[in-house]
Design a protein around this ligand. Structure first.
Ligand SMILES: [Zn+2]
Ligand SMILES: [Zn+2]
Length: 265
């Protein structure tokens, strides 16, 4: 059983529930530790990111929850950094997830129509994928980032409408190249179940093709729900573990307050 979730959101960004409600849900679900990952402030994106002036209050809230729940469940304070944030320094978070939610003029995962517009802008799904996975490797140069968030977020809508083909050579080469660079930089890749709780998918991502390759090159994984409400705190964790095992993984990474260590399934 997976005993940690490091990726979820609260009313400080686009989540539905308070940090306290998320911690209580994690405790009820039997997790040993929970990390809340704030959407990094981005100018003009306050509808889904934390407003810059609220970041201090988030850090204070998380410190208080860490103290209050000591001995019951470990509470960590994380950040989901977006490449568009372009911040030179970040406050002292326990850990940072690095993600890419935008490509050219469009959000990658906002609506299906926008995902289609994104492909139209690049001329084909493969070219859009190349344009996505190339810049994603910039996360390799950001030492404070430990985890690569939802590596193939592009495929969020694939079960409803197959927009991308993860087995096409161009797509695969672009994704593999990004994975290899990020893995060489020591990044951990999350298996993300967030699209399951939001009803877009029945399976976690990354795609098995990518996870098998990641396993072959000695990559490390963690398992995260990217929950935006308390009822999704461990949504899809059994499916994520089954996916990881089917791709050859025997362990996942757990954050212990100082660093990451492997834990067997
Ligand atoms: Zn994200
Ligand atoms: Zn997230």
């Amino acid at each position: 059983m997976i005993r940690q979730n490091l990726h979820c959101h609260t009313t400080f960004d686009d989540g539905a529930d308070s940090p306290e409600a998320m911690v209580l849900a994690a405790e009820r679900a039997g997790l040993r530790s929970i990390g809340i990952s704030l959407h990094c402030p981005i100018p003009g994106e306050d509808d889904w990111c934390c407003a810059a002036e609220q970041e201090g209050a988030f850090l204070d809230t998380m410190r208080a929850l860490h103290e209050r729940f000591a001995g019951r469940i470990e509470v960590f304070c994380g950040l989901e950094y977006d490449l568009r944030a372009d911040r030179r320094s970040v406050p002292p978070y326990d850990y940072i997830i690095g993600s890419c939610h935008f490509l050219a003029d469009h959000a990658v995962d906002n609506t299906m129509a926008e995902a289609e517009a994104l492909i139209a802008q690049f001329g084909s799904p493969d070219w859009a994928a190349e344009a996505y996975f190339g810049p994603l490797t910039a996360l390799a140069g950001f030492d404070e980032i430990s985890i690569v968030g939802h590596l193939d977020l592009l495929t969020k809508y694939n079960e409803r409408r197959p927009l991308y083909d993860a087995s096409s050579p161009l797509y695969r080469d672009a994704a593999f190249a990004a994975m290899e660079r990020l893995n060489a930089a020591g990044k951990i890749f999350e298996i993300n179940t967030g699209a399951i709780s939001r009803g877009w998918r029945t399976t976690p991502y990354p795609a098995p093709e990518l996870l098998r390759r990641l396993q072959e090159i000695g990559g490390r994984i963690c398992i995260c729900s990217d929950a935006h409400s308390a009822d999704g705190i461990v949504c899809g964790f059994e499916a994520a573990e089954a996916l990881a095992r089917s791709c050859g993984f025997t362990e996942y990474q757990v954050f212990d307050g100082r660093g990451f260590r492997p834990e067997p399934f």
